[in-house]
Design a protein around this ligand. Sequence first.
Ligand code: SF4
Ligand code: SF4
Length: 200
Amino acid sequence: MKKEDTPPMPEPRDKPLFPAFTLAARLSQDHLSPDACYQCRKCSCGCPLTFAMDLLPHQVIQLALLGQEEKVLASNTIWVCSSCETCTTRCPNGIDIAGVMDWFKEQAVTQKKAVPQPEVAAFHRFFLESIRAGQGRVAEAQLLRRFTFFKMRRKLDVRELRENMKLGWQLMKRGRMRLLGSPAPGGQREIQEILKLIKS
Ligand code: SF4
Ligand code: SF4
């Protein structure tokens, strides 16, 4: 064969040829492989929050199997999911669907994706910061105050604010919510270790 007949070398790809394999491998590394899913939909039928989701839980698993990471990361489902684990309990194939939702949440934060539900992402962040500041305990009143200000800056809803204040007062009267949090009595070193692991 003459030199000019030699076919050109293909350009290197910046994206993998088989994204499904790559995504499945990353999920498997964290023991979350959805390979066994046969789309029975038991997860979606038991989920109490499907009314607010743009993708149903079984669709998230299917998209994960197809390597459609961007579609899942752009959906509000991963943020609407409350990690109640009903889906995980109902799955006949032992797939940790709630864990998969959490995994995608982590990916969205790590990859700095736009979050369709910024209030949920903010609540997660305030919650973790509250645990860090309270050395293992959540200071509920401070957490709610921060969250309320965050929501008010975005959109002031006077009626909701009034209802929340009433509810907060009732909770405080019954000793269910304290103005100031107190540090956890023991295990503070363990908490710091866990927080370090979360950061790394
Ligand atoms: S319950 Fe399990 S097997 Fe059925 S669709 Fe959901 S993830 Fe798949
Ligand atoms: S963990 Fe999330 S997806 Fe699963 S049932 Fe609960 S809210 Fe629905």
